[in-house]
Design a protein around this ligand. Structure first.
Ligand SMILES: [Zn+2]
Length: 307
């Protein structure tokens, strides 16, 4: 889902994907109200989702439809790149890398193969963890423009390749915020921009660890990998990744209210089980358990699924 970025200067409609505050009821932001969809096995109901681009509110009651824009259908799949910002603990990084390496080919990511482009090509159930770099910046609050600058810098400097089949994730460590609304309006977002002459897709996802962790974490104490902030990031990463592959330029797959696939199933988890490492999980990717939101299946039988 999306909204017009800040009134007039909205050339870059950030497709904020985000999920904030699993609070209990609808929250109204300055530009739209968002209610949400109780339905998970876990009883955190409402998840305000803030989105830039099309106006609207969230709802999962309408089908998702195709609006003719590009879809990431490369047969080799999508390449995930990480850009670490802030003071990251190696143990946290390992969990996040394992997610990127494990999601491709999973029954869960396979849901995205129900999405096609204008030529009828499907999103491939393939994701590669294609590279990572650390940004040397030390800011504790980043504007949307600065986040774009972090991506641009990684590409221009050659620390990461320029890849139009890539999704560049700016991952901020605990204690670093995004000034357009991390932890108050959203938990992450995705968008695209022309960088170095190419259409580059990128996303922000922050570690919510700290006093406001409950705004962006389903589980704030025990969690499958013993790291509630990073475990929470994983679900947001999945949300942004699946939205990016199906709606990379914000003009492909979304419903009549502007909700993208991830938006339509945000904060719903389906059937869960007790994870060996603690807390609840709903899927295993590689050797790790994760609790990841469901994703919306396109086509004839639409709805939120785990596989
Ligand atoms: Zn979203």
């Amino acid at each position: 889902m999306r909204r017009t970025a800040l009134a007039a200067a909205a050339a870059t409609s950030l497709a904020l994907a985000a999920l904030a505050a699993p609070a209990a009821s609808a929250i109204t932001t300055s530009d739209h109200a968002v209610a949400s969809t109780p339905s998970a096995a876990i009883d955190k109901a409402a998840l305000p989702i803030r989105v830039k681009g099309h106006a609207g509110r969230t709802a999962s009651s309408t089908n998702i439809t195709y609006h003719n824009g590009p879809v990431m259908t490369a047969s080799a799949g999508t390449n995930a790149y990480y850009i670490w910002y802030g003071a990251w603990a190696p143990g946290s990084q390992t969990i996040l890398r394992d997610f990127a390496a494990g999601i491709g080919g999973s029954p869960y990511f396979g849901i995205n193969t129900t999405y096609t482009d204008r030529a009828g090509l499907k999103v491939a159930n393939k994701v590669g963890f294609a590279g990572e770099t650390t940004d040397a910046g030390t800011l504790t609050s980043l504007t949307d423009a600065q986040i774009q600058g972090v991506v641009s810098s990684a590409i221009v400097s050659g620390r990461l390749p320029k890849d139009t089949n890539g999704v560049y994730f700016v991952l901020t460590a605990a204690g670093v915020t995004a000034s357009s609304g991390f932890l108050t309006q959203y938990c992450g977002w995705h968008t695209h921009a022309t960088l170095s002459g190419s259409d580059i897709k990128y996303s922000f996802v922050g570690d919510p660890t700290g006093p406001k962790i409950s705004s962006c974490a389903q589980q704030t104490t025990a969690s499958p990998n013993g790291n509630p902030g990073v475990d929470a990031m994983i679900s947001v990463l999945a949300h942004e990744l699946e939205e990016t592959v199906t709606d990379p330029d914000l003009n492909a797959w979304y419903d009549r209210q502007g909700a993208e696939n991830g938006d339509k199933c945000a904060w719903t988890f389906g059937t869960t089980y007790a994870a060996g490492g603690g807390g609840l999980a709903n899927m295993k990717l590689g050797s790790r358990d994760f609790l990841i939101q469901r994703n919306w299946k396109a086509g004839a039988s639409q709805g939120c699924f785990l596989s």
